[in-house]
Design a binder for this molecule. Structure first.
Ligand code: ZN
Ligand code: FE
Ligand code: FE
Length: 317
């Protein structure tokens, strides 16, 4: 989750959306609240035509939506396989990377993701233990959440349980008072460094993009290091970013010849999808450049040849 705006910064009264391109969303397979199919339906209903599902550490939702037996995607909607990976720099600066167009059946990628998910599970249990120890047990609330549908457990799920149990007034409040860095139930999780995450995405045939960069205020040495590692884009358009922030990020993207991408980072805790889609606008031109970059990206280990368009692209033509 991005944490923009920082406290004290007001979001613009009027946003430019609704967006027709959304390259950052979460489903219930990680820490979102909607089933992948419901998310896709909500996005299509809100007017989105190019959608990426970017669950944390899992491609389960993408595989499901594209599986042979699955019902067709809504007409006019193109789905991009995506993922979000958490990394740290200098020990405590957290950086999120989005990977797009990865091969969901790449075994090496899947093995790494499975290890990240196992770490998430361990951290989840430790947080629940800590909450019990400080007198705010969420066991009962969690039992009501049906975690079997979740592949990659995240803190928002515990935050929702804290809300359900009456210990917090909202997910944001739960992060502020319990789960965030420095909070009484904060438990760190071992993370990759950004070049390793970029490498992982690229090895699986994907394109790597730095997520919600205003969180980390990427300086030039950091940007140079990421670009050197193979970064392809910057999430310039993001919910709540005021025009001057978008302009600054767009300039950084141009300077480093990076794609400008964007999305809602919708999880489902702050209103329905259509509201989120109204709070950001990823220009259609950015969507076109992104598609072109994905199409041009050679998948390593495979000869570059014309492939039959996948189901998701065929639907809606
Ligand atoms: Zn998330
Ligand atoms: Fe994130
Ligand atoms: Fe996200």
């Amino acid at each position: 989750m991005g944490r923009y705006p920082p406290p004290g910064v007001e979001t613009p009264a009027r946003a430019a959306g609704p967006t027709t391109v959304d390259l950052h969303t979460h489903s219930r397979r990680s820490d979102g609240v909607l089933e992948p199919r419901a998310l896709v339906a909500a996005a299509a209903a809100a007017g989105v035509r190019l959608l990426a599902l970017t669950d944390h550490d899992t491609l389960a939702g993408v595989r499901e939506l594209r599986s042979a037996g699955a019902p067709p995607l809504p007409a006019g909607l193109e789905l991009v396989a995506g993922i979000e990976l958490s990394t740290t720099v200098d020990g405590d600066r957290e950086l999120h990377l989005l990977g797009y167009g990865l091969d969901p059946d790449n075994d090496r990628l899947e093995a790494r993701l499975a290890a990240f998910r196992a770490e998430r599970r361990r951290r989840f249990e430790r947080i629940v233990d800590r909450l019990r120890a400080i007198g705010c047990p969420v066991d009962e609330a969690l039992a009501g959440l049906d975690l079997a549908a979740t592949d990659a457990l995240g803190r928002p799920t515990i935050a929702r349980a804290l809300v359900a149990a009456g210990y917090a007034s909202s997910v944001a409040d739960a992060f502020e008072r319990f789960l965030g860095r420095g909070g009484p139930a904060y438990v760190p999780r071992p993370k990759l460094d950004p070049p390793a995450a970029i490498g992982l995405v690229r090895e699986a045939g994907g394109v790597a993009v730095l997520a919600h960069p205003a969180d980390v205020l990427p300086d030039e040495p950091l940007m140079d290091a990421l670009v050197e590692a193979g970064l392809a884009g910057l999430e310039v358009h993001y919910r709540g970013y005021p025009p001057e922030v978008v302009a600054t990020l767009a300039a950084i993207a141009r300077r480093h010849r990076l794609l400008a991408t964007g999305g809602t980072d919708f999880h489902g805790d702050d209103g329905p999808y259509e509201h989120a889609a109204r709070e950001v606008e990823v220009p259609a031109s950015a969507g076109r450049r992104f598609r072109a970059a994905l199409a041009a990206h050679p998948r390593p280990g495979r000869p570059r040849r014309k492939r039959a368009p996948d189901r998701a692209t065929l639907v809606g033509r």
